[in-house]
Design a protein around this ligand. Structure first.
Ligand SMILES: NC(=O)c1ccc[n+]([C@@H]2O[C@H](COP(=O)([O-])OP(=O)(O)OC[C@H]3O[C@@H](n4cnc5c(N)ncnc54)[C@H](O)[C@@H]3O)[C@@H](O)[C@H]2O)c1
Length: 373
């Protein structure tokens, strides 16, 4: 269990947006948005910058959604920077969710071998998770975050009022990562979570919840910036969650680019139930001498996640009626970046509030986990 600290590194701030202007003096500035953050968030940032003498930034707009987290969209971003003669002292502001942050960071870090960038996350998921820890990248050939790098942004500017326009299902998607942080590292916070449910999201003190989650993630990522060890615990729920997400994205592409059935956090919620099941019921097969959560702990986890993600779970159960679909999802787990030497490696819970990593899981075990979501 981590000795949870509540302090944040200096590059992560909850300060007023107006203060960003001091970092933009005498620089070429571009703001990366999608159509939603252009409409709902950019006017707020624009107003904050208006009070300074900063010239209007270049606005680079990309279409929203995971299906656009591709090299093609990066080409558009690099093209815009190039056409507008952005130099190596230029700075990019990423105003959006995890897609904008991951892809914008990737583009900034590679444009002319790297320019500065500031993450201004506007979804709960990106405020508690994606903007923290320096992982940047894009999807490739259907594989999530397949191409990318680690790079710390100049700043991460968290402004919780952006969440006011975020759709409820996106809010809940981000909440999955809050749940994950408590399950892997903070048993006390897990107990407090039970008071939060999808019907009282509107009355939560999000600044406190986000700051706690960010402090937790930062503590883990600073101990292991490039994911050689401890950082892997942040992937709890992701071996199976990513496999479900990737499968759905590819299936939807085949049916003329409909939206993925599950949002990222929804897929991770499913993955957390599956990997908790694995921890409680299956992990002993290869690790007989290690302690894992009890079956009662699993029921407690499943009960809470199901109360928040009830419809996600019932949609998933409806969608996987055919055994062949489960097998397809399992195939995606074999591509996971955490795997080594043809072995699927996952995270497991030793206790509620304590995760372990590099735990081997067989394909048949993944199938059984999927059947028990
Ligand atoms: N780098 C990391 O460590 C890390 C961690 C977790 C997830 N991720 C990545 O993050 C991505 C998911 O991020 P996400 O859930 O933020 O999705 P997203 O970026 O697709 O945003 C979700 C939707 O919300 C809209 N939106 C954003 N802010 C808004 C606002 N304030 N008001 C109204 N609409 C708004 C967006 O336009 C989009 O349609 C995935 O690509 C995932 O791989 C990265």
């Amino acid at each position: 269990m981590l000795n949870v600290s509540t302090s944040l590194p200096s590059y992560i701030t909850f300060e007023s947006l107006e203060k960003i202007a001091s970092l933009l003096q005498n620089k070429q500035v571009a703001v990366l948005v999608d159509e939603n953050t252009k409409r709902d968030c950019y006017p707020i940032l624009d107003k904050a910058l208006e009070k300074s003498a900063i010239p209007k930034p270049l606005l680079i707009e990309i279409p929203s959604g995971e299906i656009h987290k591709t090299l093609e969209t990066c080409t558009h971003i690099w093209y815009e920077l190039t056409q507008n003669h952005f130099d190596r002292k230029a700075i990019l502001l990423h105003l959006g969710g995890g897609v904008i942050g991951d892809m914008g960071g990737f583009c900034a870090s590679t444009y002319k071998r790297g320019i500065d960038f500031i993450q201004i996350p506007t979804t709960l998921l990106s405020q508690v998770d994606a903007s923290v820890g320096g992982k940047l990248g894009i999807d490739f050939n259907g594989f999530k975050n397949h191409i990318g790098l680690f790079q710390t942004p100049s700043k991460v500017w968290i402004h919780t009022p952006f969440l006011k326009t975020l759709p409820q299902n996106e809010m809940r998607s981000g909440f999955a990562e809050v749940i994950k942080h408590t399950l892997i590292a903070d048993k006390k916070a897990w107990k407090n979570l039970s008071e939060i449910n999808k019907d009282n999201f509107g009355t939560q003190d999000w600044t406190t919840i986000i700051a706690h989650s960010v402090a937790l993630k930062t503590q883990v990522t600073e101990a292991d910036p490039t994911e050689k060890g401890l950082r892997k615990i942040l992937n709890f729920g992701h071996t199976i969650g990513h496999a479900i997400e990737s499968y759905c994205i590819e299936e939807n592409k085949k049916k003329s680019n409909k939206k993925p059935v599950f949002l990222h956090g929804e897929a991770i919620a499913l993955g957390m139930i599956a990997e908790s099941y694995f921890s409680a019921y299956l992990s002993k097969e290869f690790y007989p001498n290690q302690n894992f959560i009890s079956k009662t702990d699993f029921e407690e986890i499943r009960f809470y996640i199901s109360s928040v993600f009830e419809d996600t779970i019932s949609n998933f159960r409806k969608a996987i009626q055919q055994e062949s679909i489960l097998q397809e999802i399992t195939k995606w787990a074999k591509q996971d970046k955490k795997n080594a030497q043809n072995t699927i490696l996952t995270c497991a819970l030793e206790e509620i509030g304590k995760a372990t990593f590099d735990i081997a899981v067989s394909e048949s075990q993944i199938l059984e986990c999927l059947r028990n979501i």
